[in-house]
Design a protein around this ligand. Structure first.
Ligand code: SF4
Length: 412
């Protein structure tokens, strides 16, 4: 949808090459003006094909358009075709991306069925040994990618940056009249590592349209600086993500702060939110957060959004908070079915407000809204549809009745 204008205030999307990631007849385009792709990564043992297939399916159903799985051992490589077969039986067509470190050249060479089944390879040039060995290992992986016609992501990471390159650049920097700070040299080394390895892949015969780049770091300002530089120096599609973003609200806030700045500047073609799962936490959370970043910025729409006030001393009961949570959860749950039946439903806005101060105004602005009674107000909740006040709900069943009104509105 390259003709879709950027949201008001956002820069036009940066022009990049288009990389297409395929499985069967299903294709996901990254870059080239395509909508920003949401991706995620499993945390199961890939050798456990059943558990991994189940998690891939859950992530895909939550909206992950690409799913990455670690391929770190012969057992994991052997399991990849079985995972794919289970997904195909479940009609889950999401492309699988193999994440390789240290031994990817061996695994891709020894397990051709794994190489063929994966839709894309993630290669970290900082984790391939040093000197000639690194060059040979990298060349072997590119040769496999060419033979199987697979795109790759060259994923450089702050925590595993090419030591030889960094040492060389630090030496050069020390000889400058005005040396940069070490952090600036590291940022530059990340960008140079990504671009030089991409050029090398092209020299080895890989189609330039089969290359995505990433340079992940764990600090917000470093990430923004690195990606601005990277996007200015090349036209490969870029995978954005703040690595090791952390747990809970810290991980969400840090990822959002970094990615929002870049996306606003038109930088970024696919995103992953790397959240450390809390004990018993749901891996799908990273998909939801990625979608919410894109949707709240007006870059894509995935599910109807609920506008809810924060509540305050005028909030008369917990009905309002419960209703806001329940209706958002309900809308999200319905989306797999609704998006096939009611095209455009993802653009709908729902307001759930706590009192008369802003309730009627926000509810009128939404497609459908409800203004619950605050302290001292008449215990009734007017519902607004397409800007007009309609029915007024009362009693203990407001939540159930409002959900039915929303469903009826969607069907209409
Ligand atoms: Fe408080 Fe009412 Fe504003 Fe909600 S709409 S935050 S309840 S004043």
């Amino acid at each position: 949808n390259s003709d879709v204008p950027p949201p008001v205030g956002a820069a036009p999307r940066r022009q990049t090459r288009a990389t297409v990631v395929r499985w069967g007849g299903h294709a996901v385009q990254v870059g080239g003006g395509a909508p920003v792709v949401v991706q995620s990564m499993t945390n199961t043992d890939t050798a456990d094909a059943a558990a991994t297939a189940a998690q891939v399916r859950a992530l895909a159903q939550a909206g992950s358009e690409l799913v990455r799985i670690t391929v770190n051992t012969p057992e994991a490589a052997r399991a990849v075709p079985a995972i794919r077969a289970q997904l195909d039986r479940m009609n889950v067509s999401v492309p699988l991306v193999g994440d390789f470190h240290y031994n990817g050249h061996k695994l891709l060479g020894q397990f051709p069925e794994c190489a063929q089944t994966l839709s894309k390879y993630r290669i970290n040039p900082g984790n391939m040994g040093g000197g000639k060995k690194r060059d040979d290992n990298f060349a072997q992986m590119i040769e496999v990618a060419c033979r199987h016609d697979k795109p790759i992501r060259i994923g450089v990471n702050w925590g595993s940056l090419d030591h030889e390159l960094l040492a060389r650049m630090m030496d050069d920097n020390a000889r400058r009249a005005q040396p940069w700070e070490a952090q600036a040299v590291m940022r530059d080394a990340l960008v140079i590592s990504a671009i030089s390895n991409a050029r090398r892949a092209e020299e080895l015969g890989l189609n330039p349209n089969a290359i995505v780049l990433s340079c992940k770091v764990s600090h917000v300002q470093d990430l923004i600086t690195v990606y601005r530089d990277l996007s200015a120096r090349c036209d490969y599609p870029l995978h954005l993500g703040l690595t090791e973003a952390g747990m809970g609200s810290k991980g969400i806030v840090a990822s959002t702060a970094a990615l929002a700045v870049l996306l606003q500047q038109g930088i970024g073609d696919t995103i992953r939110i790397s959240l450390t799962p809390e004990p018993g936490g749901d891996r799908r959370r990273e998909v939801v957060v990625a979608q919410e970043i894109l949707q709240t910025m007006g870059l894509r729409a995935f599910t109807p959004m609920v506008v809810a006030c924060p509540g305050c001393g005028r909030t008369s009961s917990t009905v309002f908070q419960e209703l806001a949570n329940d209706i958002q959860a309900y809308l999200r749950e319905q989306m797999p079915l609704w998006k096939t039946r009611y095209p455009g439903v993802e653009n709908m806005n729902v307001a759930v407000m706590g009192c008369v101060v802003n309730g009627p105004g926000e509810s009128r602005h939404a497609d459908i809204g409800i203004s619950l009674p605050g302290t001292g107000e008449v215990p009734s909740a007017p519902v607004y549809i397409d800007g007009e006040r309609t029915i007024t709900l009362k009693g203990d069943n407001i939540a159930v009745e409002f959900q039915a009104i929303v469903e009826n509105y969607v069907q209409r």
